[in-house]
Design a protein around this ligand. Structure first.
Ligand code: ADP
Length: 368
């Protein structure tokens, strides 16, 4: 194999465009490694989102770039480098790359269900995920994830989160004998506990910390926003108009707190009956309207599926128990969209360690 061929391979790969940034890998510096052995090529590319769609697109583009060269494509390795928010010097959890608030205007729309399933879907993409149940007035995470127990501390300083399905968890429910007890706590006690959950829990290094906020009021979001830089919020809504009025308040609150709205999830959007007919039980267009108002994308619509509740009650969320089900797929799609949006958002704001602009070409390790 002559060197001209190798140069041609590298040149072709440098021109492949990253699907998030739509810029050539060569210019972004994200073509990490190229090896050519016996006419077959190994490629390693760095991407900033773990989403299935990004993986697929990079693969297709690499294949398309190599095809005219008549070179057999052997393997594509993707190195996922989730971008990180800017942590100030007083940030209590600087190793947590992204902090995402899951909000809703009112209770019962499936906010906790969405937070839990999103966390699991991101975990299934191979990233490091934590889930903080900050729904201090009605913690549901212990039930949804079928986990009980009291967090311990190894050193008497930092609290060890519990773990399930590969994600780190913290909930006020873990501290109470009876989760309903929290309602009798006074506000300052709850806020104190919540602050501790962020500052004193040993979250370690995480790509995403998903925080399930209580519905409606903004006091918890305010407490958090004062403590640390938040990557952004997701708003969960149902399609009907009654839910919408409240949800507008969440949007305004984010604006006031300067928390970007990453996207909207419409839950319980429709029901598909056994004959395959789609019924929009609660009307339609709600998610779309909120997304428009929030100037953010509609990440997805999750169908009403009795399995969602059943699996939730049994302690194994649908994304884990039945990933191929329509609701499981819908949540996975939302997780994909969220990861991509975070990567783009970082890129547009120009922050984060993996802002690829101007990084220049990375060294290539070429064996032959
Ligand atoms: P919130 O956190 O907004 O109060 P939850 O996540 O606790 O709402 O959900 C309320 C109830 O609705 C739960 O019993 C949950 O299992 C159920 N649920 C949520 N989403 C769906 C869905 N897409 N299909 C069927 N049931 C759902």
């Amino acid at each position: 194999m002559g060197s001209a061929t190798l140069d041609a391979v590298i040149e072709a790969l440098r021109n492949v465009e990253d699907p998030i940034f739509e810029k050539p890998l060569g210019a972004l510096g994200t073509l990490v490694d190229v090896r050519l052995e016996d006419g077959r090529v190994w490629v390693k590319v760095r991407v900033s989102s773990p989403s299935e769609e990004v993986r697929q697109t990079v693969r297709e583009r690499v294949e398309a770039a190599l095809e005219p060269l008549g070179i057999e494509f052997a393997e594509l390795e993707l190195e996922v480098n989730v971008p990180t928010r800017e942590a100030t010097s007083t940030d209590p959890i600087p190793d947590v790359r992204n902090v995402i608030l899951v909000m809703s205007g009112k209770g019962g729309v499936g906010k906790s269900t969405a937070a839990t399933n999103l966390a699991l879907a991101l975990r299934r993409l191979g990233t490091r995920v934590g889930l903080l149940d900050a729904d201090i007035y009605g913690p549901s995470l212990p039930t949804m994830l079928g986990i009980e127990g009291h967090p311990t501390s190894k050193d008497g300083k930092r609290i060890q989160p519990l773990q399930r399905f590969g994600i780190k968890l913290m909930s006020i429910g873990f501290l109470l004998e009876d989760p309903k007890q929290a309602v009798v706590w006074r506000g300052p006690m709850l806020h104190g506990a919540l602050q501790q959950f962020v500052t004193d829990v040993d979250w370690g290094g995480l790509d995403y910390l998903i925080i399930d906020l209580p519905p409606g009021t903004g006091d918890v979001a305010l407490t958090l926003a004062q403590k640390l830089r938040i990557t952004g919020a997701i708003i969960v809504t149902t399609p009907q108009a009654v839910a919408l009025q409240d949800v507008y308040k969440s949007v305004s609150m984010c604006r006031k707190l300067d928390v970007p709205i990453l996207g909207v999830v419409e839950n319980m959007s429709y029901f598909v009956d056994s004959a395959g007919v789609k019924h929009e039980l609660f009307g339609s267009g709600g998610g779309e309207k909120i997304a428009e108002f929030a100037e953010a994308p509609l990440f997805g619509q999750v169908p009403i599926d009795p399995q969602v509740r059943e699996w939730g009650d049994q302690g194994t969320p649908v994304v884990q128990a039945a990933p191929a089900s329509p609701a499981g797929q819908a949540f996975a799609k939302v997780a994909d969209a969220l990861a991509e949006r975070i990567a783009k958002e970082h890129f547009e704001r120009g922050g984060g360690e993996s802002a690829p602009e101007g990084e220049g070409p990375k060294r290539l390790r070429i064996l032959r």
